[in-house]
Ligand binder design. Sequence first.
Ligand SMILES: Nc1ncnc2c1ncn2[C@@H]1O[C@H](COP(=O)(O)OP(=O)(O)O)[C@@H](O)[C@H]1O
Ligand SMILES: O=P(O)(O)OC[C@H]1O[C@](O)(COP(=O)(O)O)[C@@H](O)[C@@H]1O
Length: 331
Amino acid sequence: MTDATTRGPGATSSARTVVTVTPNPSLDRALELDRLEVGEVNRAHGVHVHPGGKGINVARALVRHGEAALAVVPVGGADGTRLVTLLAEHGVPAVPVPVSGDTRTNITLVEADGVTTKVNAPGPRLSDAEVDALLAAVEDQLATAPRAVVAAGSLPAGAGDVFFVRLAGLAGRYGVPVVLDTSGTPLARAVRAGGLCLIKPNAEELAELVGGDLVTVGDVVAAAREVIALGTSAVLVSLGAHGALLVLDDATWWAGGPPLVPLSTVGAGDSTVAGFLAGTGTGAERLRNGVAWGRAAVLLPGTEVPSPAQLDLDAVRVVEGPDPGLALKEL
Ligand SMILES: Nc1ncnc2c1ncn2[C@@H]1O[C@H](COP(=O)(O)OP(=O)(O)O)[C@@H](O)[C@H]1O
Ligand SMILES: O=P(O)(O)OC[C@H]1O[C@](O)(COP(=O)(O)O)[C@@H](O)[C@@H]1O
């Protein structure tokens, strides 16, 4: 299952490496159709298969830009083997953690007008021993003092709602910053436990987290500050076609650009996280980078991640202290 690029259970990170953890990875299969007819036989004219899952996509995007990254992933069955092979083909170092259930496949249906329908499978149930083995594999990487650990995506059954709390606790012991991109109860539990460096909800996920409607920039900033008050350093809120907001305890930036016609929005959030992590300089510059990577991702099919040549940093406008009264849909 491993080769020189996907280095297998013995793989280790270095001080510049971003370690990603995807508890519920997937093979992402995107089918291109003229138009989806629900309840009918539909015929696709294009198919793309990519290694998927949020942490995996972050690692893929970083590696595509020459950044050091390593993906820790539970894998099982023939599709798990395929996932590891695909990661190797994409040049992403991986630490596969064997599990008895089969790695899932997630389906995306993309219509000619860009409308995207996604069906995500539940993924295999992990046993307690498999969850412990996954965390032990993460701890092996934490011991090598990586730059950050990115924990991302949904949790498989059996992982327990506190999986990310456990992971953040481990990372805290090794002094490694934690970036978390998840949703629902696992996000709420981790935010309440505190100690996170960054979370990347979209507006719906943040609204669910704080329990309210987010209509304006001010609503998002207030929601993000609730999160920050619980012990998270920064909140990067992605807003789809309306760009993204970066909220710190004492500063806010918005970044976005001219309208695009997306080919596939799958993986755009993950590319945004990767671009933010790869960025340098001020919060504003890192946000610009993240948004440029996210915008480039939506112009690519399936779960393809952008290359440096596909970025258009100049198209991204950054505003410090955006008007709190602005509606998100006006951004
Ligand atoms: N339709 C779109 N047009 C332009 N940019 C987009 C579009 N959809 C996504 N993006 C870019 O990708 C980023 C992440 O997308 P978003 O849908 O918010 O993430 P997620 O998939 O995590 O919900 C956005 O912040 C934006 O920069
Ligand atoms: O773990 P979840 O929430 O089911 O999401 C998994 C899916 O999300 C993706 O990671 C894409 O995420 P984003 O579109 O939010 O960047 C796919 O590769 C994968 O199929």
